[in-house]
Design a binder for this molecule. Sequence first.
Ligand code: GUN
Ligand code: FE
Length: 368
Amino acid sequence: DTHCHAPQFSFVGLGTGVPLLQWLEKFTFNYEAQFKDLEFAKKIYPKVVDRLLKNGTTTVSYFATIHLEATKYLHDLCVEAGQRALVGKVCMDRNGAPHYVEESTAVSLADTEAFIKYCAEKGSSLVKPTITPRFAITCTEELLSGLGALAKKYDCHVQSHLNENRGEIAFTKELFPGKTYTEVYQAAGLLTRKTVMAHCVHHDAADLALMRTAGTGLAHCPTSNFSMFSGLCHVRQALDADVHVGLGTDVAGGFHPSLLSTIRDALHTASAIQTNGNAQNANAGLTFDEAFYLATLGGAEALNLENSVGNFIVGKAFDALVINTATAPIDLFGEETSRQLLEKFIFTGDDRNIEHVYVQGRRVSGSS
Ligand code: GUN
Ligand code: FE
């Protein structure tokens, strides 16, 4: 899962059907503000890690909140549970809510660096920090370039949102005149081979070229893009432009914490573009194989983790699911090939079929 907001699990399934900027103001900032209280985080975060593991998510890139202590706690939980994770303390020094914005640019940068150092001290090979400007709207230029400098200093992962929604893009243009949205991040040193940008629904060829040159990944979040009317991300164009693409649940913009339903929504997004089609969209389709790739090796490439995970090449870590296809909700009729068993699982299975989950060779979740 290349893009997931751990604190938003506190309202997953609620607040759907509202476009991005209103959704942030009406629901999200209020829920996230509660993580100032570590006791609140202790109620929510263990459930997130557990729920994602049960759904077979071996690697996840998490946004936490602006709170350093709760973000450290999320890091520790992932280490303890054995989930491979990138964890980011969210940065926002403007345009949050009065009760949900960081005190200053300096505090945002200092807390980000403190979190990077905390992770380094803990020394986990599974869980790493990721520099996390929420999106350009909530960050001053000074904060963005400070975060770019930290990314360089620590050779750290980076994640943010990009080109998700038309209202968001228009506001970004007002805040950063003379640059495209993608150029705002590029100018700050935030487009790197270790960066993943969520959504990229409204990309054009110039955006894709910048991402490709930087080696920056695209986290395709189709469930969220439907729920918040963000639009249809043309993944075929991104793949044809040699951009690394993975899948993200974007919980709670997306309402389902499973990559299975995300694969289905990715296929339906491509199908909707193609069905809508004219000559220009004739090649918008994604195949089943490509969608499965986006959920596995594609995701690993988007997070710059392809040397350790994504497939079963000798030398990579053993991250794997043991699937029982002979149980509900899958129905088999006896003649299925192994390839067809995979298709049945992806389209008709769920967490009830996932018997064991392994990360780095360790069994981290399972029914027995
Ligand atoms: N853009 C800025 N913040 C968010 C968020 O929490 N979710 C989504 N989907 N987009 C964002
Ligand atoms: Fe998001």
